[in-house]
Design a protein around this ligand. Structure first.
Ligand code: GDP
Ligand code: IMO
Ligand code: MG
Length: 435
């Protein structure tokens, strides 16, 4: 098996967890490259459901080494909770989980600042997960962040926190608020995390190089997705990390020359949690029906996801900026009942037809979808495992999407379980994925 990046092509929640889990049995290493516990990656195994937030989705496979990369931001309280929950469910977590010493910490003041700035934005709030993700990345770029490695250097911790405190109090006082953090207690808490997590904190980039030098192959798991990427997403309604495939290189220290393939995860329709433009919103009862059918509620926050028709404009953009070798089309079965299905092929904006998503958020807000209608198949595709067994109209839908986005669709998912998956025999990389 080659080294493969798995990245989301829309606004997240495409089903990355399922595909990472599916491919994890064929690799020795699964490494996450961005984000924090804003992510929720669901893996269904038989009648058991796991939702991973920080820990790579390969953790359910024995013998797979799971790495958390320097591109991540880690709330140590959330990490310990997740480890405890997985252990309670019978999952082994010992030497199989390692954390980059360069990954940045999310601390309580990050959450507080985020709540404040979201409030200040009022109607223009981003609709973040309020987990402190943005402020933690701000501190990283602002060169005042604390890193996982600092947890095991208690002497330096107090000094670094003093600097963080100065910045935080400046912001809070500017907003007329009184600081509420007990910094002495925080130093003690963090030293405790150092004691308990210390043996996992290491130079993950080096670990990865050593494993690859042994001939082991790796999956690089992205969180969030292209439209939430801080550079190429629907800015400013994005997350604060590099979610596109290129983020794997900077978020793990894996050289570009060691990446063999890039797989995009694409839902057969579109969803979005949080604020910002979403041109293909279905609206009305249909949206509610798709939300119900697809279980479209946030895996992290439980918020209802907005649901929309497939948007080929953003999917084309995703194909281009990620360079997907092929895509996995997820949740086809959710569309089974529809008599007619719409695909957005372009936008109409101020009298012009646009083939591309505009970078200007004000313009993107005004974009109206141009639709093409495709007949539905109105029969069950749930659990179908061979492409030829799909109804003809479903195959036409898939082929039309592939044509519009200019990329191959090699995997089709027909249900949440590992087994409910089609790997197309004729697709160019099939031999890598066949059982
Ligand atoms: P991720 O964040 O990209 O890993 O995706 P989430 O886990 O947030 O959301 C995807 C949801 O769809 C989960 O509840 C999955 O169990 C579910 N799912 C994945 N693939 C399929 C599929 O092909 N059909 C259906 N009906 N559900 C799926
Ligand atoms: P997975 O990995 C869907 C969204 C939030 C908000 C914006 C910024 O499961 O696909 P943040 O807390 O990151 O600063 O919020 O990004 N968001 C996600 N939406 N899936 C996710 O992760 C998301 N992670 C963040 O809803 O709109
Ligand atoms: Mg998710």
């Amino acid at each position: 098996m080659p080294n493969i990046i798995i990245a989301g092509a829309q606004w997240g929640d495409e089903g990355k967890g399922k595909i990472v889990d599916l491919l994890a049995e064929r690799v020795q290493v699964v490494a996450r490259y961005n984000g924090g516990h804003n992510a929720g990656h669901t893996v269904i195994v038989g009648d058991r459901r796991f939702i991973l937030h920080l820990i790579p989705s390969g953790i359910l496979h024995d013998g797979v080494l799971c790495l958390m990369g320097n591109g991540m931001v880690i709330d140590p309280w959330a990490l310990e909770r997740e480890i405890a929950e997985l252990r309670e469910a019978g999952i082994t977590i010992d030497g199989n989980l390692r954390i980059s010493d360069r990954a940045h910490l999310i601390l309580p003041h990050h959450r507080e600042i985020e709540t404040l700035t979201e409030e200040l934005r009022g109607a223009r709030s981003i609709g973040t997960t309020l987990r402190g993700i943005g402020p933690a990345y701000e501190d990283k770029i602002g060169r005042r962040g604390l890193r996982m490695g600092d947890l095991v250097r208690p002497a330096a911790l107090a000094d670094k926190l003093t600097e963080a405190r100065r910045h935080y109090e400046l912001i809070l006082r500017g907003a007329g608020r009184e600081p509420m953090i007990d910094w002495d207690a925080l130093v003690k808490d963090l030293a405790g995390f150092g004691d308990r997590l210390g043996s996992r904190i290491t130079d993950v980039a080096r670990t990865l190089h050593v494993e690859m030098a042994r001939g082991y192959s790796a999956l690089f798991e992205g969180a969030q997705a292209t439209m939430l990427d801080v550079d190429f997403g629907s800015y400013p309604y994005v997350t604060s990390s590099s979610a596109i495939a290129a983020g794997a290189a900077t978020g793990l220290g894996v050289p570009l020359t060691r990446i063999d393939a890039i797989v995009g995860i694409l839902k057969a329709y579109t969803t979005r949690v949080g604020g910002g433009p979403f041109p293909t919103t279905m609206g009305g009862e249909l949206e509610e029906e798709i939300r119900r059918q697809g279980g479209e509620f946030g895996a992290s926050t439980g918020r209802p996801r907005r649901c929309g028709w497939f948007d080929a404009v953003i999917a084309r953009h995703a194909v281009r900026v990620n360079g997907f070798d092929f895509l996995a089309l997820m949740k086809l079965d959710v569309l089974d009942a529809l008599a007619e299905i719409r695909i957005c092929t372009a936008y109409r904006c101020e009298g012009e037809t646009l083939d591309e998503m505009p970078a200007d958020p004000a313009l993107f807000e005004r974009c109206e979808p141009v639709y093409e209608n495709i007949p539905g198949w109105q029969s069950a595709t749930v659990g179908i495992r061979k492409y030829a067994d799909l109804p003809e109209a479903a195959r036409r839908y898939i082929e039309r999407i592939s044509e519009l986005i200019g990329a191959e669709i090699g995997i089709i998912s027909t249900g949440p379980d590992r087994s409910q998956t089609i790997v197309r025999e004729q697709f160019s990389l099939a031999s890598w994925f066949a059982g």
